[in-house]
Design a protein around this ligand. Structure first.
Ligand SMILES: *Cc1c(COP(=O)(O)O)cnc(C)c1O
Length: 370
């Protein structure tokens, strides 16, 4: 059996560091806003090359608080991709604004800057770019569209910790960036956790207030905020894992190279790397019109796969009130029908990669029309 991700294998490989980190927090009994939270904020912001980090309860909360900090609210529109996890767009609804979708590039599957331009109206306030599957979106043209129309840019970097765009880390390519430390992400906690990073001290200060009931003192509240704090135990775990992130991302890239060499010539669509991109392969996504049958063959061979994501957001029942329909974003819809995520995680061995690739080659040969 080969799983899609193997959190147990990773825990086993760093057990003593994790256990020690948790024990330290327990000994301090500083469970809320303990010192590991502030230390992780500094360490992760500095890893990315940003000035400020603010730990929050999840990636979803990072997005919601970033939007609030930029002043996005009722009556505003925010442009984003329909090919992402629902949180990217639900955060926009949570602050009272309206998600407006723009289709993706058919190859990179990241939002296409030329489609953004067409979606701008007088109500547009911001753009959320997602670095899908760990591959950076093309941020320079996105910034140009934003500057032409006076819009803010947010990165949803939940799948891309450590990825680079033109040599710079994702998270430093926008006004404010949002990360998730959900357990299965490239840098994952052992529960829910997230972070906002920015170079703008006012945005950081605003997120810091909002994540903790708007308090200045224990019982003096400057604004109506929420309890969206980053748990101290989770912060300690993420700090321990951050020391391994570069090496884990290198291993993901090596696995991607191996998959690419083993699957070339099969007719399968493989992830492309732009010359300016250094992706971190949160997922390795192949594409084929025979997706469902390939997935079934892999399942029979004991190989787990996933689909990220099977329903584009504009076709989600939750967003039916936005008035979109089938055919509105053809490249996203096409991808939803033909993408398949195959196993990738740092502990996956070369032998396992060869095994997955062999099963795929055999399945495709069988599925090929006579
Ligand atoms: C995981 C993810 C989120 C949400 O993060 P949570 O920590 O689960 O709230 C948001 N956007 C994208 C693209 C994600 O992959």
């Amino acid at each position: 059996m080969i799983p899609l991700v193997d959190l147990k294998a990773q825990y086993t490989s760093i057990k003593s560091e994790i256990d020690e980190a948790i024990a330290r927090v327990l000994a301090q009994t500083a469970f809320i806003q303990g010192e590991d939270v502030a230390l992780l904020e500094q360490e992760f912001a500095s890893f990315c090359g940003a000035r400020e980090g603010v730990g929050v309860a999840s990636g979803t909360e990072a997005l919601r608080l970033a939007l609030l900090a930029l002043g996005v609210g009722p009556g505003d529109e925010v442009i984003t991709t329909p090919l992402t996890f629902i949180a990217t767009a639900s955060a926009i609804v949570h602050v009272g604004a309206r998600p407006v979708f723009a289709d993706v590039d058919p190859v990179t599957l990241n939002i296409d800057p030329s489609h953004i331009e067409a979606a701008v109206t007088s109500r547009t306030k911001a753009i959320i770019a997602v670095h899908l599957h760990g591959n950076p979106a093309d941020m320079d043209p996105i910034r140009e569209v934003a500057d032409r129309h006076g819009l803010k840019v947010i990165e949803d970097a939940a799948q891309a910790h450590g990825a680079r765009y033109k040599g710079r880390r994702v998270g430093t390519l926008s006004d404010v960036a949002c990360f998730s430390f959900y357990p299965g992400k490239n840098l994952g906690a052992y529960g829910d956790a997230g972070m906002v990073i920015t170079d703008d001290p006012q945005v950081a200060e605003q997120v810091r207030l909002l994540r903790d009931h708007g308090r200045r003192d224990k019982y003096e509240h400057l604004q109506v905020g929420s309890n969206s704090r980053l748990d101290t135990i989770q912060a300690a775990i993420v700090r321990a894992k951050l020391r391994h992130l570069e090496q884990w991302n290198d291993r993901r890239r090596a696995i991607a190279r191996l998959y690419r060499s083993l699957l070339e010539g099969t007719g399968l669509g493989l992830p492309q790397e732009d010359e300016w991109a250094e992706p971190v392969y949160h997922l390795f996504v192949v594409r084929t019109p025979e997706r469902d049958r390939l997935q079934a063959s892999l399942k029979r061979a004991g190989i787990a796969t996933g689909i990220h994501y099977p329903i584009p957001l504009h076709l989600q029942p939750a967003f039916s009130s936005l008035g979109y329909g089938a055919g509105d974003f053809p490249y996203s819809e096409q991808a939803a029908n033909d993408m398949l995520s195959i196993p990738i995680y740092p502990e996956l061995s070369d032998t396992q990669v060869h095994q997955v690739a062999r099963v795929i080659r055999e399945a495709l040969a069988e599925l090929a029309p006579e």
